[in-house]
Design a protein around this ligand. Sequence first.
Ligand code: ZN
Length: 81
Amino acid sequence: MKRSTRTADQIRRELLRPSEEDRVCSICKEPYAGWGNNAWPVNNGRCCNDCNWIAVIPARLRDMHLQEDLRAHKLRREKRK
Ligand SMILES: [Zn+2]
């Protein structure tokens, strides 16, 4: 049985290290330094710190409030039954 010559450690390093072209913000399309941030729910890519604060976090908060509003709305409807 032939086994991969790469060690688990090498594979882990490859997975963790984003390639240079991956380090472009998926929102503003500018290159960024460091790991970046998860751009969800704006999109499925990664984004720079600026876009994280300007776009991603407000979008997440909106989404969270919407879920809460819907839950409250459902509860009110249940009570009326
Ligand atoms: Zn950006």
